[in-house]
Write a protein that binds this ligand. Structure first.
Ligand code: 4AD
Ligand code: MG
Length: 479
């Protein structure tokens, strides 16, 4: 490549030739040699032969490494020989067909620039590490094979989510992260405050006076963008949110995080059946997309994480999902003869063990359970004609249990107000939400798909902490 002439007021300046770097992935996928080439990345391993040093270079673009051959004719060969795992380098040279086994291409270096050295304390050594150990070094674990794969799939899955909705005429809405409402009514809210906790303003009663807080009221991190998405579905017809949500629930399980991402479509003029159809469609679409676009990563998961992963994903793609009412599900569980830790009783929530029995042992495929008792579901769900159940739906998948929770929404003003009172909420606090029923109300539906749970499902990774870059769980917010 030639230097580019740049005109300035007095003369022409020749900048040094700039060679833009090629990713390891692109280098390995080439169909012809390339000279010159520049590659940059981190040393995975290095070994010496008589006249050469062989560096395995990885830049996170691929699971595979690119072999660099550095000859003893390099001016800094002594320094190259001291390179150890974890160091960063920039290499110029030629991409040539490899003589060695296991790779098509390698780079014969003309120049190896040591960008950042490493030392023996670098914790990611060649031997395998446990996920528990790697969680403690969450800042370095994306440099491991497993976690680079997980986070490349996470990126692809996020892209596929947007693609799914954009292809179907949905608009992406950014619902607020700071909010005044508790959508799920479960009281699992993280308060957002600018009050000086050493000297808070007080009401006459002695309680803290949040009317004097930053926003003039109590505010929290959102648990769901649903209520705001409903406002936009009542205008743009089909919308979705995709963002972080926060729950101050003290559940130390492999499927709960306190900060997680949720995908929430909301559709006007849509009933529960249309909602269940969309939930099943997106789950299949996302599996198909990752299956097609991330073969290298799925191959690694199938080898080291979950031997049955690919069979399970293909099985889910081929089969139609089952649907069952809550009442039928309870009957099946009661008749199962299975010993459960938690009781099975009409009116009680399904626990994870129950959900997993339904999907793994009984139906042996994903199953959508719908029409739950009104007592165990939030205020916004539409009351059925039986006056006992609401149009709730949960989509359960093998290995995880609930991955989607949603409902048809109560669109009748009086019924919604009555629901609120039943849930000990003051309708006056939700005037804007009730306005949506006052002005041009329509039947509408939506759901929340847990992004991390979906990622666990497509990767086979069993703990939610291992699909989040920096997980927030009870007692743990390092990094
Ligand atoms: O069932 P949930 O609580 O539903 C809602 O929040 C509705 N407002 C959504 C809607 O209708 N727009 O949560 C939806 C999904 C769950 O099915 C689960 O996949 C995921 O969000 N989820 C969690 N994921 C990780 N950690 C947690 N603590 C989660 N809580 C819910
Ligand atoms: Mg739920």
């Amino acid at each position: 490549m030639r230097g580019t002439p740049l005109e300035c007021a007095h003369c022409f300046v020749h900048l040094p030739a700039m060679l833009s770097p090629t990713s390891v992935k692109d280098a390995l996928n080439r169909t012809a040699p390339l000279a010159p080439i520049m590659v940059q990345g981190w040393v995975r391993t290095r070994r010496d032969s008589k006249d050469f040093s062989f560096i395995e270079l990885n830049d996170g673009s691929s699971l595979r490494n690119l072999q660099i051959i550095a000859s003893n004719s390099l001016s800094n060969y002594a320094a190259v020989q001291r390179l150890i795992t974890g160091a960063s380098v920039s290499v110029r040279g030629e991409l040539v067909a490899s003589q060695g086994k296991g790779q098509n291409w390698e780079v014969v270096a003309d120049e190896v620039t040591i960008v950042g050295a490493s030392d023996d304390s670098y914790p990611l050594q060649k031997k395998g590490h446990t996920p528990e150990f790697l969680r403690e070094i969450a800042h370095l674990r994306p440099r491991s094979n497993l976690f680079s794969c997980v986070f490349r799939v996470r990126s692809r899955l996020a892209f596929a989510i947007h693609q799914f909705f954009q292809e179907r005429g949905f608009y992406y809405i950014h619902t607020p992260i700071i909010t005044g409402s508790d959508c799920e009514g479960a009281g699992e809210l993280f308060r957002v405050t600018a009050i000086d906790c050493k000297n808070p303003p007080r009401q006459a009663s002695g309680d803290i006076d949040y009317a004097k807080d930053f926003f003039g009221r109590s505010t929290y991190l959102t648990v769901s963008g649903q209520l705001e998405a409903e406002a936009f579905a009542s205008a743009l017809s089909k919308v979705y949110t995709f963002g972080p949500t926060f729950r101050a629930e003290n559940s130390n399980t492999s499927r709960h995080a306190n900060e997680f991402w949720m995908i929430e479509p909301e559709m006007a003029f849509t009933d529960l059946n249309g909602n269940m159809d969309l939930a099943e469609e997106i789950v299949k679409y996302l599996i198909r997309d990752v299956r097609e676009k991330c073969p290298e990563e799925l191959g690694l998961f199938a080898k080291f994480v979950d031997k049955e992963l690919l069979d399970r994903l293909d099985f889910v793609l081929e089969r139609s999902f089952q649907r069952t009412t809550y009442t039928e599900a309870i009957e099946l569980l009661k008749k199962s003869g299975e010993k459960f830790e938690f009781p099975v009783e009409c009116g009680l929530n399904l626990q994870s063990e129950h959900e997993r029995w339904l999907t793994e042992k009984h139906f042996k495929c994903p199953v959508t359970v719908f029409n739950y008792p009104k007592e165990i579901k939030p205020f916004y769900m539409r009351l059925n004609d039986d006056d006992k159940t609401v149009t709730a739906m949960d989509l359960l998948v093998p290995g995880i249990g609930e991955i989607v929770g949603g409902s048809q929404r109560e669109e009748r003003l009086e019924v919604l107000e009555a629901n609120m009172r039943r849930h000990k909420m003051d309708p006056a606090d939700y005037k804007w939400y009730l306005d949506l029923r006052r002005y041009g109300t329509v039947p509408h539906s939506g759901f929340g798909l847990g992004f991390e749970r979906m990622l666990m499902f497509v990767t086979g990774v069993a703990n939610i902490r291992d699909v989040i870059p920096f997980a927030r769980t009870p007692g743990s917010a390092e990094f």
